[in-house]
Design a protein. Structure first.
Length: 207
């Protein structure tokens, strides 16, 4: 009797289990919490955005041991560079699981070849570089906010952020991610949904 081969779904995702620092893991879980998005999805989104970011690729190119093509740019690899595969990660580290679409998985594999590390290690490096990029975090949080609040409230929130930054005694500019973190910290015990949570925070700020 002939056995029937199971069809593999084209959208089937593949697991990668990077080992990352506890600090990075905490950051991912915090971002997951304040945007009400599963950690595995947050990790996937950040990696996808990182792969598309020229700033991130410029940074990672300092560690390429083999050539890497990003759009029309070819970054030259150098086998004399130290491999990051066994480079010591200070502090406590833990493993997480992220599921990627096949296309993203292949792109990470290509990146891992250039870095001369495993796909798991490349994912950890990419995640770290993406989280450190303020533009990526801001784009992610702003996209999330646009889904939950109307244009009028979004404009008000922008004005609040502008006011805080103009009157900020510190040199570092407050990001959208930081602002949303502040809102959740102040209102986290509330039973309101995200839309009402932000509305109430803005109303409170204007009082």
């Amino acid at each position: 009797m002939e056995t029937t081969k199971r069809k593999i779904r084209s959208d089937k995702k593949r697991d990668i289990k990077p080992t990352i620092s506890v600090n990075l893991k905490d950051c991912l879980y915090r971002l997951s919490f304040i945007t009400n998005t599963p950690v595995k999805d947050v990790g996937e989104i950040l990696c996808v955005k990182g792969l598309k970011s020229r700033i991130v690729m410029e940074y990672l190119s300092n560690y390429f041991r083999r050539d890497y093509k990003y759009k029309s740019t070819i970054y030259m690899g150098d086998l004399e560079r130290e491999s990051l595969q066994r480079k010591f990660q200070s502090g406590k580290n833990e493993r997480i699981t992220i599921r990627f679409k096949n296309e993203t998985y292949e792109n990470i594999s290509y990146l891992s070849h250039a870095l001369d590390v495993t796909p798991s290690r490349a994912t950890a490096i990419l995640l770290d570089a993406s989280v450190r990029n303020t533009n990526i975090l801001n784009a992610y949080v702003k996209l999330y906010l646009h889904e939950y609040i109307d244009d009028t409230r979004m404009k008000e929130l922008k004005q609040v952020l502008k006011y805080i930054n103009n009157n900020n005694p510190y040199q570092e500019e407050l990001s959208w991610f930081s602002l949303l973190s502040i809102i959740y910290e102040e209102m986290k015990d509330s039973t309101h949904n995200v839309k009402n949570l932000i509305k109430n925070w803005i109303d409170k700020y204007r009082e």
